[in-house]
Each structure stands twice: as C-alpha cells, then as structure tokens.
Design a protein around this ligand. Structure first.
Ligand code: MLT
Length: 409
C-alpha cells in the first residue's frame, strides 16, 4: 500500500483546522476566558421562518409513501434548477438554462472537485491571497509542482498578487512575468479573503483574456448577495463571452445561512468546450452522476424557498444584519488607527497588522490579549503576509464586544 504522494505535498493541516486547534488549545489553558470567534466565515444567525417551514414541509412529505423521496436526481430537482435559472440568471439578463445548473451539497465541494474534469497538466492561476481550497485541491491532483520556501509559492502555480497598490484585486496574468499561460483561472468576487470585488470592466478583461488564451475561469460567486455597489457584477455571465470560458460556483451558505444545511450549485454552460470540442458540461455531469447521489430533497425544497418573495426578504434581512457588523468593524478599526479595507461588497474586513507584526504573530497577540479569533492573511497566500481577516458573520453583540476589546489594546 502506498499513500497518494501528492497528498504528502500538502503543508500542514487545512487553514481553518489549524486555527481551530490553536484556539482549542488556548481555551483549554485559559478556561475562564470568553473567546469571540471572528475567524472562519461561518454564519451565526438562525435559519429564517420561510426556510424552516420549507424544511418541515419537506420532512413531513418523507413520512408518507405517496410523497416519500429516495435518491434525488443527481443533477438536482427541476423545481430548484428552474428557480435558480429564473432568479439568479434570467432576471439579471444572463442566458443560463436550468440544465446548465448542477445542484450540489455546497460550493466548497464543487470548488474542490471541479478541477477533476481538466487535464492533469493544467496550469492554474490564483489570486494571492486566495481561498485555500483552490490551491490545496490542485496540490492533491499533482498540478502545483514543488514548494519554494523562499517565495512561499508553488513552482507551477501562477499567482496574481492582490496588494494595497491594486486595491486587492487580481490583474489578468502577465505572460511576460510568468512565461506561462493558465488553463484554469480561479476568481472569487466579492473576494474571500480580502473583501474586494471586481468591477464589471475588470471582470470583462478576465473574460476576454480567457477567451483569447483558451483558459477557463472558475468563478466563485459565493458572496454575491453582499454586493452593494452597482458596477459590481453578481454573475460572470453578465460579461460578454463568458459562456465560452466560465464556470460559476454558488452557495446558499452565506446568503441564506445554510452552512450547516449544505446546498450549492455550479453552472457549466453548453458552450464551454475544450480544444477537441468536448463539452465540459458533459464531463461534470458524468462526474456528478458517478460520485454524487444528489443533494437531499429536504435541502433542495429549502433552497427553492430562498427564491420565494418572503425568502428573498429574509435573505436581505440576514445580509443587512451582517453588513451592519461589517460597518461596525470597519469604523471601529479605523478609529483605533488600523488600515482596513473590504466590508462594502463583502462580509470580510482585511486589515494591515500593526507594528510590522506577521499575520500569525498578530493572530497570537489578538487571541491572547483580546481573546478574539481572526484569520492570518498569510494562511491565504504569500501576499497575505502582514494582513489579517475578520469576518462580519458574528452576532451584533460579539462583534461590538470584539471591537471594543481591540480598541482597548
Ligand atoms: C472561510 O472562512 O474562508 C469560509 O468560511 C470557508 C468556507 O466557506 O468554506
């Protein structure tokens, strides 16, 4: 027996598991301390009444032979795919059909699994800093080369640095600098972790680049519900030409609070074909059918309820609630002299660590002195060093208390 060698290339445990272990160890040593967790982007507000009702109704259906459901269709129930197509695409003027939508148990699984349908030697480009799942899953597939300790980078990965100078937004990869052209470009907008968002014009540049270079954009739109500015697109399919170069990932976790319910979807348009004319949609459908037995009926009914008029109102309420936290964090940290960004179109606030501390030094400092947990920027990539992420997904009371504690340092 031999372990998959690529898994052995992974460096340490998954970022949020590392943080979880550190916090648990600190709590064990300091049982009297009340820790406020603004690290992982997990929601804290309960599911809303419309969702609860849909969950109950679907559960009740399971109790009767006439309405009982077994395996779900592996690509998703039509009632949900139709609701998604109508609300997330048609209403925005995007040309996406229900059978281009694949319902799943969440965007995390899809963002990790989607790379499987591309050639082993595909070159990936990622924003830096980046949601760690994109790189980790490509390491698992043996695509990233070796790790260069001096640069803190993988040798075969193209990094698109997001810095204060470019407003923490990735720029299309420069061929001169890397000498490589990416096959897969991962984008997340609004961005996790920096909270920045690509404008329509910036995103169109990526779409044009991808079409010109036969690259595919894997576009993570998990945070689109948090967009507040008009020139930020909610979907990549708002850009001209995206149907031939883009896959889009969506989640019900961050808008409707489904982190514990689990539901998401991925769009793979018919027009996305490889250089031999193979439809990538067919491969994803094949993969889904083979490795996945469909998201549960009960969850899909809850997903459908998100699109009802009441459901939409409730989602808006949740988003507003968390964005009030974002405002509180932004203003509080600014008052305390921190350099901060994000938090306008996203539930994440990106701050510069004070006094030249590294991201992990600041993590330890904040945990020890304020008993507040955040996420070290360097955990998301080398350009994240010297930065730190706070999430707006806490309760009002905890967010307020955390900011007071930080101000008091
Ligand atoms: C995060 O904190 O970055 C997110 O919660 C991770 C996720 O959504 O999987």
């Amino acid at each position: 027996m031999k372990a998959n060698p690529h898994y052995l290339d992974l460096r340490g445990s998954y970022l949020f598991s590392t943080i979880g272990k550190k916090v648990a160890a600190y709590q064990k040593e300091n049982p009297d301390k009340t820790i406020i967790r603004l690290g992982i982007g997990d929601v804290t507000q309960p599911l809303t009444p419309t969702i609860i009702e849909a969950l109950h109704m679907a559960t009740d259906e399971m109790a009767h032979a006439e309405t009982f459901r077994g395996y779900a269709p592996d690509l998703g129930y039509d009632f949900l795919r139709n609701a998604i197509a109508e609300n997330d695409y048609m209403k925005r003027g995007c040309d996406i059909a229900p059978d281009e939508i694949f319902v799943s148990d969440g965007a995390k699984s899809d963002s990790g699994n989607i790379q499987e349908i591309f050639a082993e030697d595909s070159v990936i480009a990622v924003a830096d800093p980046v949601y760690p799942v994109y790189v980790d899953t490509n390491i698992m597939s043996g695509r990233c080369g070796s790790f260069d300790e001096s640069k803190e980078q993988w040798s075969k990965v193209i990094y698109m640095p997001c810095t204060a100078e470019n407003g923490f937004s990735p720029q299309v990869p420069s061929e001169d600098a890397s000498g490589k052209t990416p096959d897969l470009i991962y984008l997340c907008s609004p961005n996790n972790p920096t909270g920045s968002a690509l404008t329509r014009e910036q995103l169109q540049k990526f779409v044009d680049y991808a079409n010109a270079h036969h690259s595919v954009i894997i576009y993570d739109a998990a945070y689109e519900a948090y967009i507040s500015e008009p020139d930020i697109p909610h979907s990549i399919y708002e850009c001209k030409g995206a149907r031939t170069c883009a896959i889009e990932l969506h989640s019900f976790s961050k808008n409707a609070g489904f982190t514990g319910v689990r539901l998401g979807y991925t769009v793979v348009p018919y027009d996305l074909v490889d250089e031999n004319g193979v439809q990538m949609r067919t491969l994803w459908a094949r993969r889904h059918g083979t490795k996945f037995n469909g998201a549960p009926y009960i969850q899909q009914r809850a997903g459908e309820a998100v699109y009802s008029p009441e459901g939409q109102k409730e989602v808006q309420g949740l988003v507003s609630y968390y964005m009030e936290n974002a405002k509180m964090i932004l203003e509080g940290l600014r008052d305390a002299g921190f350099t901060v960004s994000g938090g306008i179109n996203a539930p994440y606030i990106w701050l510069k660590t004070p006094d030249g501390m590294t991201s992990w030094e600041f993590f330890d400092y904040l945990l020890d002195k304020a008993n507040v947990v955040g996420t070290p920027g360097s955990g998301f990539g080398p350009s994240g060093e010297g930065y730190f992420r706070l999430t707006a997904f806490g309760s009002h009371a905890n967010t307020k208390a955390a900011i007071e504690r930080i101000k008091g340092l």
